[in-house]
Design a protein around this ligand. Structure first.
Ligand code: NDP
Length: 309
């Protein structure tokens, strides 16, 4: 018998239980936050840790994130010997590609300018330009960022990709390091943030970052809320450094009623829906990781605890 502890305020436990039990009929599936027998739990399948923390399970063999990111798991509190894996699948990747293409095309076809003119009842002709005259910077070239970069290349955009280590993506100019980032920021029309939230990337989208951008650039913020200094974004928009932004992730979610982002004319907001995992699609990977955890084998999509992603 394998015991799974499930905890999420976003994902439906019934869907996950049904999907998992059809592949692993003998599992015991406990829906948190309460757990009467924490010592029986083998695997935690969680979006966020329960209030008692993951340390409450003394015999844990693996932590499986219900998302592609792991920053919400509070890993500093977890024994470094326990392996952690994130959830990625083709559907999640495809949904992120669709979201980023939507946002890039919105800016590319000047919809942010047309929306502004419409609000003022102005018939202002802004001629479209070809995709090949636009440069898009994709920050983070992992599972999601590399798919987004490749898709933008296929749609005719000039693409720069930025990652921690050197990378190659057909048709894109890839770079790494802070100097390369400064250069990339100064030449791009749209910047997409698809970095994981780590000690190195927290607060990266700040005043200094916006100042390095070419004036009137646009932002697509789909990483994590902790990447963005929200007051600095408002300042950059007000000063014309940025022409607009799509924001999907926020420091506080749900976004509070009184937040100035809600009514800002240059912002398009979505409630952390850029991409979500789907139990029917992801269950195969999760089942495989449960089996691997029980055998003591390395997990698929495991993270490197030393770098935090
Ligand atoms: P990966 O772990 O596959 O890739 C992360 C990328 O970021 C890698 O290319 C990595 O570089 C790069 N990176 C990490 N740290 C740095 C750094 N300090 N400087 C430069 N580059 C860095 O992640 P995914 O592509 O799967 O996901 C990315 C993020 O997208 C998630 O962590 C999550 O925050 C967000 N996300 C948002 C969703 C939404 O709905 N809004 C849904 C799913 C994910 P290297 O290649 O050298 O390792």
């Amino acid at each position: 018998m394998t015991t799974i502890f499930f905890h999420s305020d976003l994902d439906d436990p019934k869907e996950w239980q049904a999907a998992l039990q059809s592949a692993l009929p003998t599992i015991d599936f406990i829906v948190g936050p309460e757990c009467e027998l924490p010592e029986a739990v083998d695997v935690a399948l969680v979006w966020t840790p329960p209030p008692q923390g993951l340390r409450a399970f003394p015999n844990l063999k693996a932590v499986l994130s219900l998302g592609a990111g792991v920053d919400q798991l509070c890993l500093a509190d977890l024994d470094t010997r326990i392996p952690v894996a994130r959830l990625i699948d083709d559907t999640l990747t495809q949904r992120m590609v669709e979201y980023c293409l939507t946002a890039v095309f919105y800016f590319h076809r000047n919809m942010h300018l047309h929306a502004m003119h419409q609000a003022k009842r102005q018939w202002t002709f802004v001629p479209p330009v070809s995709a090949s005259s636009r440069r898009v910077l994709v920050m983070g070239l992992g599972q999601l960022g590399s798919a987004v970069a490749s898709s933008l290349v296929q749609h005719g955009f000039r693409v720069t990709g930025w990652s921690r280590r050197p990378k190659q993506i057909a048709g894109a100019d890839c770079c790494h390091g802070d100097d390369a980032l400064t250069q990339a920021l100064g030449t791009c029309d749209v910047v997409i943030n698809l970095l994981p939230l780590t000690a190195q990337t927290a607060g990266l989208l700040n005043l200094d970052f916006f100042t390095r951008l070419r004036p009137q650039a646009c932002l697509v913020q789909v990483g994590r809320g902790g990447h963005l200094v929200e007051a600095d974004l408002l300042g950059a928009l007000d000063q014309g450094q940025l022409a607009g932004a799509f924001i999907d992730v926020f420091n506080i979610e749900p976004l509070p009623d009184a937040h100035p982002f809600w009514s800002h004319p240059l912002l398009r907001l979505t409630p952390h829906v850029a991409s979500l995992s789907d139990p029917t699609e992801s269950v195969t990977t999760v089942v495989e990781n449960i089996r691997r955890a029980m055998r003591g084998d390395a997990l698929r999509n495991s993270i490197d605890r030393t770098v935090g992603y």
